[in-house]
Design a protein around this ligand. Sequence first.
Ligand code: HEM
Length: 224
Amino acid sequence: MNKKDLILRTPLIIRFCHWVMVCLFILTAFSGLSLFFPSLSIFGLFLGTPQLVRALHPILGCIVFVILIFMGIRLAHHNIPNKDDLLWIKNMKQVIAGQEGGIPIGKYNVGQKFLFWSIMSLITVLFITGLVMWRHYFSDYFPIPVVRIAIFLHSLAAIALILLAIGHAYMAMWVTGSIKGMITGYVSRAWARKNHSKWYQSEMEKVFQNEELKSETAPKTESK
Ligand code: HEM
Protein backbone atom coordinates (compact mmCIF):
# COMPACT_ATOMS: atom_id res chain seq x y z
CA MET A 1 0.00 0.00 0.00
CA ASN A 2 1.18 3.52 -0.86
CA LYS A 3 2.70 5.19 2.26
CA LYS A 4 0.46 8.23 1.50
CA ASP A 5 -2.60 6.09 2.24
CA LEU A 6 -1.31 5.18 5.70
CA ILE A 7 -1.66 7.07 8.98
CA LEU A 8 0.66 6.69 11.96
CA ARG A 9 -1.48 5.37 14.82
CA THR A 10 1.02 4.15 17.40
CA PRO A 11 4.59 5.51 17.73
CA LEU A 12 7.53 3.09 18.00
CA ILE A 13 8.17 3.63 21.73
CA ILE A 14 4.55 2.71 22.62
CA ARG A 15 4.59 -0.35 20.33
CA PHE A 16 7.88 -1.50 21.83
CA CYS A 17 6.54 -1.01 25.39
CA HIS A 18 3.26 -2.77 24.51
CA TRP A 19 4.82 -5.95 23.12
CA VAL A 20 7.58 -6.21 25.77
CA MET A 21 4.89 -5.69 28.43
CA VAL A 22 2.65 -8.38 26.80
CA CYS A 23 5.48 -10.97 27.00
CA LEU A 24 6.29 -10.05 30.60
CA PHE A 25 2.59 -9.94 31.51
CA ILE A 26 2.13 -13.51 30.26
CA LEU A 27 5.10 -14.69 32.35
CA THR A 28 3.86 -12.77 35.42
CA ALA A 29 0.29 -14.07 35.05
CA PHE A 30 1.37 -17.70 34.57
CA SER A 31 3.84 -17.58 37.46
CA GLY A 32 1.22 -15.88 39.68
CA LEU A 33 -1.34 -18.57 38.87
CA SER A 34 1.21 -21.27 39.71
CA LEU A 35 1.87 -19.62 43.11
CA PHE A 36 -1.81 -19.13 43.86
CA PHE A 37 -3.07 -22.56 42.77
CA PRO A 38 -0.49 -25.27 43.63
CA SER A 39 -2.34 -27.61 41.22
CA LEU A 40 -1.25 -25.24 38.42
CA SER A 41 2.43 -25.35 39.41
CA ILE A 42 3.21 -26.50 35.86
CA PHE A 43 2.50 -22.88 34.75
CA GLY A 44 5.56 -21.73 36.69
CA LEU A 45 7.94 -23.96 34.76
CA PHE A 46 8.52 -21.12 32.25
CA LEU A 47 10.56 -19.38 34.92
CA GLY A 48 12.31 -22.40 36.45
CA THR A 49 12.17 -23.91 39.92
CA PRO A 50 9.39 -22.92 42.40
CA GLN A 51 11.96 -20.85 44.36
CA LEU A 52 12.91 -18.98 41.21
CA VAL A 53 9.23 -18.42 40.38
CA ARG A 54 8.65 -16.92 43.85
CA ALA A 55 11.66 -14.63 43.45
CA LEU A 56 11.00 -13.56 39.84
CA HIS A 57 7.21 -13.06 39.93
CA PRO A 58 7.30 -9.80 41.98
CA ILE A 59 10.21 -8.42 39.96
CA LEU A 60 8.41 -9.09 36.66
CA GLY A 61 5.26 -7.55 38.16
CA CYS A 62 7.17 -4.34 39.00
CA ILE A 63 8.54 -4.12 35.44
CA VAL A 64 5.03 -4.62 33.97
CA PHE A 65 3.74 -1.88 36.32
CA VAL A 66 6.44 0.61 35.28
CA ILE A 67 5.90 -0.04 31.54
CA LEU A 68 2.10 0.20 31.84
CA ILE A 69 2.29 3.43 33.84
CA PHE A 70 4.65 4.87 31.20
CA MET A 71 2.13 3.89 28.48
CA GLY A 72 -0.64 5.29 30.69
CA ILE A 73 1.05 8.70 30.93
CA ARG A 74 1.63 8.81 27.15
CA LEU A 75 -1.91 7.69 26.23
CA ALA A 76 -4.11 9.14 29.00
CA HIS A 77 -5.11 12.26 27.05
CA HIS A 78 -6.61 10.13 24.25
CA ASN A 79 -8.69 8.20 26.78
CA ILE A 80 -10.49 11.05 28.56
CA PRO A 81 -14.26 10.42 28.34
CA ASN A 82 -16.20 13.03 26.31
CA LYS A 83 -19.73 13.65 25.06
CA ASP A 84 -19.19 11.71 21.79
CA ASP A 85 -18.85 8.58 23.93
CA LEU A 86 -22.59 8.79 24.70
CA LEU A 87 -23.34 8.50 20.96
CA TRP A 88 -21.16 5.37 20.78
CA ILE A 89 -23.07 3.85 23.72
CA LYS A 90 -26.47 4.83 22.22
CA ASN A 91 -25.51 3.25 18.87
CA MET A 92 -24.02 0.09 20.37
CA LYS A 93 -26.07 -2.10 17.96
CA GLN A 94 -24.48 -0.39 14.95
CA VAL A 95 -21.04 -0.79 16.54
CA ILE A 96 -21.56 -4.52 17.12
CA ALA A 97 -22.76 -4.89 13.52
CA GLY A 98 -19.49 -3.25 12.39
CA GLN A 99 -21.30 -0.14 11.02
CA GLU A 100 -19.78 2.48 13.28
CA GLY A 101 -18.67 4.60 10.28
CA GLY A 102 -21.17 7.43 10.96
CA ILE A 103 -20.46 7.77 14.68
CA PRO A 104 -17.85 10.41 15.61
CA ILE A 105 -15.21 8.29 17.37
CA GLY A 106 -11.90 9.80 18.48
CA LYS A 107 -8.58 7.93 18.71
CA TYR A 108 -10.08 5.37 21.11
CA ASN A 109 -13.72 4.28 21.53
CA VAL A 110 -15.63 3.83 24.81
CA GLY A 111 -14.70 0.15 25.08
CA GLN A 112 -11.02 0.98 24.67
CA LYS A 113 -11.22 3.84 27.17
CA PHE A 114 -12.93 1.58 29.71
CA LEU A 115 -10.25 -1.04 29.17
CA PHE A 116 -7.48 1.54 29.46
CA TRP A 117 -8.64 2.94 32.85
CA SER A 118 -9.45 -0.56 34.16
CA ILE A 119 -5.95 -1.79 33.25
CA MET A 120 -4.33 1.26 34.87
CA SER A 121 -6.38 0.91 38.09
CA LEU A 122 -5.92 -2.86 38.36
CA ILE A 123 -2.16 -2.72 37.78
CA THR A 124 -1.91 -0.04 40.51
CA VAL A 125 -3.87 -2.26 42.95
CA LEU A 126 -1.63 -5.21 42.00
CA PHE A 127 1.51 -3.13 42.53
CA ILE A 128 0.52 -1.73 45.95
CA THR A 129 -0.87 -5.02 47.33
CA GLY A 130 2.11 -6.87 45.81
CA LEU A 131 4.53 -4.67 47.77
CA VAL A 132 2.60 -5.31 51.01
CA MET A 133 2.78 -9.08 50.33
CA TRP A 134 6.45 -9.13 49.27
CA ARG A 135 7.87 -11.28 52.06
CA HIS A 136 11.52 -10.72 51.16
CA TYR A 137 11.38 -6.93 51.60
CA PHE A 138 8.17 -5.45 52.96
CA SER A 139 5.57 -7.79 54.46
CA ASP A 140 7.26 -7.77 57.91
CA TYR A 141 6.40 -4.07 58.22
CA PHE A 142 2.64 -4.77 58.05
CA PRO A 143 0.31 -6.48 60.55
CA ILE A 144 -0.92 -9.95 59.47
CA PRO A 145 -4.56 -8.85 58.81
CA VAL A 146 -3.30 -6.15 56.43
CA VAL A 147 -1.17 -8.71 54.57
CA ARG A 148 -4.20 -11.03 54.34
CA ILE A 149 -6.38 -8.26 52.89
CA ALA A 150 -3.57 -7.44 50.43
CA ILE A 151 -3.39 -11.11 49.33
CA PHE A 152 -7.17 -11.17 48.80
CA LEU A 153 -7.22 -7.92 46.77
CA HIS A 154 -4.11 -8.99 44.82
CA SER A 155 -5.78 -12.21 43.69
CA LEU A 156 -9.06 -10.48 42.77
CA ALA A 157 -7.26 -7.78 40.77
CA ALA A 158 -5.07 -10.40 39.05
CA ILE A 159 -8.06 -12.48 37.92
CA ALA A 160 -9.88 -9.35 36.69
CA LEU A 161 -6.79 -8.16 34.77
CA ILE A 162 -6.17 -11.57 33.17
CA LEU A 163 -9.83 -11.73 32.02
CA LEU A 164 -9.66 -8.15 30.69
CA ALA A 165 -6.41 -8.88 28.84
CA ILE A 166 -7.98 -11.95 27.20
CA GLY A 167 -11.03 -9.85 26.20
CA HIS A 168 -8.73 -7.11 24.88
CA ALA A 169 -6.68 -9.55 22.77
CA TYR A 170 -9.92 -11.08 21.38
CA MET A 171 -11.29 -7.63 20.43
CA ALA A 172 -7.98 -6.77 18.78
CA MET A 173 -8.30 -9.89 16.59
CA TRP A 174 -11.94 -9.04 15.85
CA VAL A 175 -11.15 -5.60 14.40
CA THR A 176 -9.18 -6.53 11.27
CA GLY A 177 -6.07 -4.38 10.83
CA SER A 178 -5.68 -3.28 14.45
CA ILE A 179 -2.98 -5.85 15.39
CA LYS A 180 -1.09 -4.96 12.20
CA GLY A 181 -1.39 -1.33 13.34
CA MET A 182 0.14 -2.20 16.71
CA ILE A 183 3.00 -4.06 14.97
CA THR A 184 3.88 -1.64 12.15
CA GLY A 185 2.48 1.50 13.77
CA TYR A 186 0.44 2.38 10.67
CA VAL A 187 -3.22 1.89 9.70
CA SER A 188 -4.89 2.56 6.36
CA ARG A 189 -6.98 5.69 5.85
CA ALA A 190 -10.00 3.43 5.19
CA TRP A 191 -9.47 1.67 8.56
CA ALA A 192 -9.21 4.98 10.38
CA ARG A 193 -12.29 6.43 8.61
CA LYS A 194 -14.37 3.36 9.45
CA ASN A 195 -13.29 2.76 13.05
CA HIS A 196 -12.26 6.19 14.36
CA SER A 197 -13.87 8.79 12.07
CA LYS A 198 -13.22 11.83 14.29
CA TRP A 199 -9.57 10.92 14.78
CA TYR A 200 -9.31 10.34 10.99
CA GLN A 201 -10.66 13.85 10.32
CA SER A 202 -8.21 15.48 12.71
CA GLU A 203 -5.29 13.55 11.17
CA MET A 204 -6.40 14.57 7.66
CA GLU A 205 -6.62 18.23 8.75
CA LYS A 206 -3.00 17.98 9.92
CA VAL A 207 -1.96 16.49 6.53
CA PHE A 208 -3.74 19.27 4.59
CA GLN A 209 -2.26 21.97 6.83
CA ASN A 210 1.24 20.53 6.25
CA GLU A 211 0.68 20.38 2.50
CA GLU A 212 -0.56 24.00 2.47
CA LEU A 213 2.46 25.08 4.51
CA LYS A 214 4.79 23.24 2.10
CA SER A 215 3.19 24.83 -0.98
CA GLU A 216 3.38 28.30 0.67
CA THR A 217 7.08 27.94 1.53
CA ALA A 218 8.09 26.24 -1.77
CA PRO A 219 9.97 28.61 -4.17
CA LYS A 220 7.34 30.02 -6.55
CA THR A 221 7.96 30.03 -10.34
CA GLU A 222 7.84 33.65 -11.57
CA SER A 223 4.58 34.52 -13.28
CA LYS A 224 4.88 36.76 -16.35
C1 HEM B 1 -1.67 -10.99 22.74
C2 HEM B 1 -2.28 -10.09 23.47
C3 HEM B 1 -2.56 -8.67 23.02
C4 HEM B 1 -2.89 -8.17 21.79
C5 HEM B 1 -3.07 -8.95 20.49
C6 HEM B 1 -3.04 -6.74 21.91
C7 HEM B 1 -3.35 -5.86 20.90
C8 HEM B 1 -3.48 -4.49 21.02
C9 HEM B 1 -3.77 -3.60 19.93
C10 HEM B 1 -3.98 -4.01 18.50
C11 HEM B 1 -3.82 -2.33 20.43
C12 HEM B 1 -4.07 -1.03 19.64
C13 HEM B 1 -5.56 -0.75 19.51
C14 HEM B 1 -5.81 0.42 18.58
O1 HEM B 1 -4.89 0.95 17.98
O2 HEM B 1 -6.99 0.81 18.44
C15 HEM B 1 -3.56 -2.41 21.85
C16 HEM B 1 -3.52 -1.34 22.72
C17 HEM B 1 -3.32 -1.44 24.07
N1 HEM B 1 -3.06 -2.61 24.77
FE1 HEM B 1 -2.92 -4.50 24.00
N2 HEM B 1 -2.82 -6.40 23.22
C18 HEM B 1 -2.53 -7.54 23.93
C19 HEM B 1 -2.26 -7.64 25.29
C20 HEM B 1 -2.30 -6.58 26.17
C21 HEM B 1 -2.11 -6.70 27.59
C22 HEM B 1 -1.84 -8.02 28.32
C23 HEM B 1 -2.25 -5.46 28.11
C24 HEM B 1 -2.15 -5.02 29.55
C25 HEM B 1 -2.47 -5.74 30.57
C26 HEM B 1 -2.50 -4.53 27.00
C27 HEM B 1 -2.66 -3.17 27.14
C28 HEM B 1 -2.92 -2.30 26.10
C29 HEM B 1 -3.10 -0.86 26.28
C30 HEM B 1 -3.03 -0.09 27.60
C31 HEM B 1 -3.36 -0.33 25.01
C32 HEM B 1 -3.66 1.14 24.64
C33 HEM B 1 -5.19 1.30 24.59
C34 HEM B 1 -5.69 2.71 24.88
O3 HEM B 1 -4.91 3.64 25.00
O4 HEM B 1 -6.94 2.87 25.01
N3 HEM B 1 -2.51 -5.26 25.84
N4 HEM B 1 -3.35 -3.74 22.17
